[in-house]
Write a protein that binds this ligand. Structure first.
Ligand code: SF4
Length: 362
């Protein structure tokens, strides 16, 4: 595993602001030896409404960009959107714009992470709007999702603890439906807060895992935590009495969708005590094709023609494929006794499909 996530952090000597950028709106908060920079960004609003995103829930992402670097990640384009807006607003010089963008507009997603340091103040303001729009009759409330665009427990969270502070802020309220999606076992650090929240709200944590085959995962996700570490995090959450399970998304045709891969995933989910296993077949949005198909060509060349054909005119996997996969998953659910309920319309499931969500209010 690349040694980068936990150590190798160089904290700027003057606390949270780098002297080189002091006084500017995008100050460098921290920098890793491998070159990743964490940059402060003042968000006017952090809670995205269903109307803004087209999703059936509210969403909240404390970070823009993610060091985990999954090849299929759609959020790269949300990062590009934020960078372009910052440049248009005069917050990035032309040289910085090039640096924050990368040669194709998506590379810097893993190396230039925006940190919404003022997240709590913006959240307080947004929650007032949320409660106004939800109204007293809205029970159960429209869910709030953490981690639909970027991972809320990515390495930056160890340093900045924004996700934990958001969860602690939710302790002031009750009756909400909150769900979290993450690839990181760091979520188990917050088992104490999640356990308290579970008494006041409906809480659900989806640990995102496409396969338990570690070498395979590493070919697709450059720096994500190992499957074993994620499953350990899931076990800890379950032991703390928190509703948590697996989000197997995206299922990659010809790569992670065979019975043996899926069976190993179900087996591991059961051993970890997963309360559910959701899944979603790969969707390939226009932009992500440029990033993902070259990786298929390099890593899985025999599949390239099949991918090109399947996703040529559409972003969803072909209907016949989706039906066959659904049948396969249903059989495994029955065999392993994990969540036979069809949740394809649920908010968690939608979030698993990782729609591109423009980061609003920045
Ligand atoms: S963990 Fe999630 S947000 Fe981060 S790179 Fe992977 S898919 Fe994208």
């Amino acid at each position: 595993m690349p040694a980068l996530r936990l150590g190798e952090v160089r904290v700027s000597t003057d606390g949270l602001t780098d002297r080189r950028t002091e006084g500017r709106e995008l100050s460098v908060l921290d920098e890793r030896l491998r070159g990743t920079k964490f940059v402060s960004y003042a968000a006017r609003s952090v809670l995205n409404s269903p109307e803004q995103t087209g999703m059936g829930f509210w969403s909240l992402n404390p970070y823009v960009g993610c060091e985990f670097g999954c090849s299929y990640c759609y959020a790269r384009y949300a990062h590009r959107y934020v960078v372009e807006r910052a440049h248009d607003a005069g917050k990035l010089s032309d040289a910085e714009f090039r640096d924050f963008r990368g040669p194709h507009g998506w590379e810097a997603f893993e190396r230039r992470i925006f940190v919404k340091q003022n997240v709590l103040a913006a959240l307080d303001q947004d929650l007032r709007k949320f409660f106004r729009s939800a109204g007293p009759s809205a029970r159960p409330p429209v869910p709030i999702a953490l981690g639909t665009a970027t991972d809320p427990y990515q390495p930056a969270e160890r340093r900045f603890r924004l996700t934990r502070s958001i969860l602690q802020r939710f302790e002031r309220y009750e009756g909400l439906s909150i769900f979290i999606i993450t690839k990181s076992p760091l979520v188990a650090r917050d088992a104490d807060v999640l356990e308290r929240l579970s008494r006041r709200h409906t809480i659900s944590v989806s640990v995102s895992l496409i396969s338990v085959d570690e070498p395979l995962v590493r070919r697709l996700e450059v720096r994500s935590p190992t499957p074993h570490a994620r499953l350990r995090g899931l076990t800890r959450l379950r032991q703390a009495g928190i509703r948590a399970g697996i989000m197997a998304a995206p299922v990659l045709p010809g790569i992670t969708d065979d019975v043996s891969h899926l069976e190993a995933l179900f087996q591991a989910a059961r051993e970890a005590g997963a309360a559910f296993l959701h899944y979603a077949p790969l969707r390939l949005y226009g932009g992500i094709k440029d990033r993902f198909l070259p990786l298929i060509a390099e890593q899985f060349p025999s599949l390239l023609t099949r991918y090109r054909r399947a996703y040529q005119r559409r972003q969803d996997a072909p209907e016949a494929y989706r039906k066959a996969l659904s049948l396969r998953i249903r059989k495994l659910r029955e065999k392993y006794g994990i969540h036979s309920e069809d949740r394809s319309g649920s908010a968690e499931h939608q979030a698993g499909e990782r729609m591109v969500q423009p980061e609003l209010g920045l």
